[in-house]
Design a protein around this ligand. Sequence first.
Ligand SMILES: Cc1cc2nc3c(=O)[nH]c(=O)nc-3n(C[C@H](O)[C@H](O)[C@H](O)COP(=O)(O)OP(=O)(O)OC[C@H]3O[C@@H](n4cnc5c(N)ncnc54)[C@H](O)[C@@H]3O)c2cc1C
Length: 543
Amino acid sequence: MNYYQQRAALLEHATQVEYGLIVIGGGVTGCGIALDAQSRGIPTLLIEMHDIASGTSSRSTKLIHGGLRYLKQLEFGLVKETGRERAVVHHLAPHITIPEPMLLPIIKGGSMPKWMASMGTLIYDFLAGVKKSERRKVLNKADTLAAEPLLSGLNVTGGIRYYEYRTDDARLTMALACTAKAQGTTVLTYTKVVKLMYQAGEIIGVKVIDRFTDKEYILKSEEVINAAGPWVDSIDEQDADIRKNKLVLTKGVHIVVDFKKFPIQQAVYFDVGDGRMVFAIPREKKTYIGTTDTKYTGDYKEPGIEEADKTYLIGCIRTAFPGVTLTVADIESYWSGLRPLIRQRDSKSPSAISRKDEVFQSATGLLSIAGGKLTGYRKMAERIVDIVAERLKLAYDIDTCQTEFHLLSGGDIAKHGGLDTFIAEMLPVLKAFGLDTNTAARMIRLYGSNIHLYEAELKHIDERLASINLPDWQKAQLQYTIKHEFVCKPADFIVRRTADFYFRRAEAEQYASELIKAMQLLLGWTDQEYALYNEEWLLFLKK
Ligand SMILES: Cc1cc2nc3c(=O)[nH]c(=O)nc-3n(C[C@H](O)[C@H](O)[C@H](O)COP(=O)(O)OP(=O)(O)OC[C@H]3O[C@@H](n4cnc5c(N)ncnc54)[C@H](O)[C@@H]3O)c2cc1C
């Protein structure tokens, strides 16, 4: 039985257990907390109302970074912590955290003179404890233009090359959820917390609704953490004692264009003339550009893209790369996410609001956490689980934080000599099943040391899929994600497990109908369910 088919039994079972901790929210924050708590010995239940990483945690710039720009805001503590976490996350999940050289061009009359950029990146290297081989290098004009010829035409005076790490945010979050599950956490997706439960003024659990059946359940625990990202305030509204209205949401949009239309040589972090900076990052056969930063009050689930977002980002490219003739019509795909930022007393512009995280404690016992970065998920988890551990120390035998040392699911590749040698080692294995080199390498990067589980699926393509017009490598991928990665609906696979929707959009639109048929066979959907999820997918595409 796969996860989808086990959900009802898992939910029934969960009603019989008294957990140490319930975590609300399956984004990077909630999954990081669940892993930290479970690995210390606290029996944990993680509840997500949609799919893992369906909120902000699949809609970021997809960088594990210290946030160079926060130096301008004098956020030294934040830069130091997240900067140092880059190396830790890279160590824990080297298959999905890849060193990415960044170019910071210096433009005459731009907002950042060369001395400032040079000093800033030097401080960044120091605070973040950057290893020698990845320390920043100051480039002269000729070297900058050689590194990125598309900048010619601008008054470039030089540049800085420094390193960040490229990730896949949804897969990092999934790796956390899978690792937590392997340690004993119960993970429930498509399960929405609709009510906080109290007894004698203390929180004792939650009421949830199964999004597939509409059935309600009461789930109990000693402690409850609200890690619902942009939804933190809406859950906290029910609690008498916690600070209300503590978030301000800002929307960030990224657009994806064909690499051939914007063929940058490496990631560039550039000044856009309004005091902001924007990333352009090559990935596979595409280049993505982002982000915007505007206050937001609309629908949290799908913030969407406005004409103004498109023209702003295209305008940024045309200003910084005068030879590039992109237009709005070149946008192939996009994603749009909400930053759950902590409201500050003085009303600052969106980009000036601090990205620091904060924990809120209620007299009822409820703990809430918001703010922060993908990069800092581990330290955020450590801080809040320290509070839980102190509260539960008499009930459980609780360890100190373990997460710096536990490799994440798929991350056990250092013993093979690193990612490149691991890929070289595994390529012939996958190619023997008929995968071409690019596809095989992509699978190895996606699954890391779990590639043997994918290989097992390649060996046993489910015979129910005989009539499905998809290549075996993709059938195996679907089988793998259904078995090991909580896939329940088409978008779980197409958008978050594979990122095909963003970076292989045409292929995704082409294979979707066969994939959905395959899902019906593997998940056992009725014809009515098939029609419903197919329709849901088509609606998503239209949006
Ligand atoms: C445009 C943009 C770019 C960014 N770029 C970067 C970057 O490059 N690097 C970086 O380090 N950080 C980046 N960030 C920040 C980072 O993405 C976020 O800090 C992080 O993803 C927030 O994760 P979260 O788990 O707190 O929230 P979310 O990922 O939104 O997770 C909250 C989850 O709670 C669930 N939930 C809500 N209500 C309920 C309920 N009632 N019951 C059950 N579940 C519920 C939601 O469905 C959701 O999945 C970026 C953010 C944005 C918006």
